[in-house]
Design a protein around this ligand. Structure first.
Ligand SMILES: [Ca+2]
Ligand SMILES: [Ca+2]
Length: 154
């Protein structure tokens, strides 16, 4: 795989991935198709709420799907999150514990109390294990970002 200057893989690579994800060959990626394509590296299904948030971000036509035109940006977004998740998962456990979450959010510029970190961890810990998986980590960060942004705009 080759990358061009803005960190995007070449069109042929993206087209191959797109065709693999677009199972029904409709020319658009639906939430269901994206959910099948993404993985937590576990047997748990990718959080549908995270999928909905991601589709919404790259769905310029408001159809609930992502076209090939916008797929490159979505692909890069997911890849960036994967790298981000891996870099904060210090012990390579495949999930983010409380200390790792705190480090991650602090590095994003959030100043949250230990109590609030605890609340977030509990809210996004879908399996009650005291840790957050990749999909819930993305959701947690998107929700925090949106809340923070709307507070600043008020
Ligand atoms: Ca499709
Ligand atoms: Ca970890």
């Amino acid at each position: 795989m080759t990358y061009n200057h803005d960190g995007m893989p070449d069109q042929q690579f993206l087209w191959d991935v797109f065709q693999r994800v677009d199972k029904d060959r409709s020319g658009h990626i639906s939430a269901d198709e994206l959910q099948v394509a993404l993985s937590n590296g576990t047997w748990s299904a990718f959080n549908p709420e995270t999928i909905r948030l991601m589709i919404g971000m790259f769905d310029r036509d408001n159809r609930g799907t992502v076209s090939f035109q916008d797929f490159g940006a979505l692909w890069k977004y997911v890849t960036d999150w994967q790298n981000c998740f891996r870099s904060f998962d210090r012990d390579n456990s495949g999930n983010i514990d409380k200390a790792e979450l705190k480090t991650a959010l602090t590095s994003f510029g959030y100043r949250l109390s230990d109590h609030l970190i605890e609340v977030l961890l509990r809210k996004f810990d879908r399996f009650g294990r005291g840790t957050i998986l990749f999909d819930d980590f993305i959701q947690c960060c998107i929700v925090l970002y949106v809340v923070n942004k709307s507070e600043r705009e008020e």
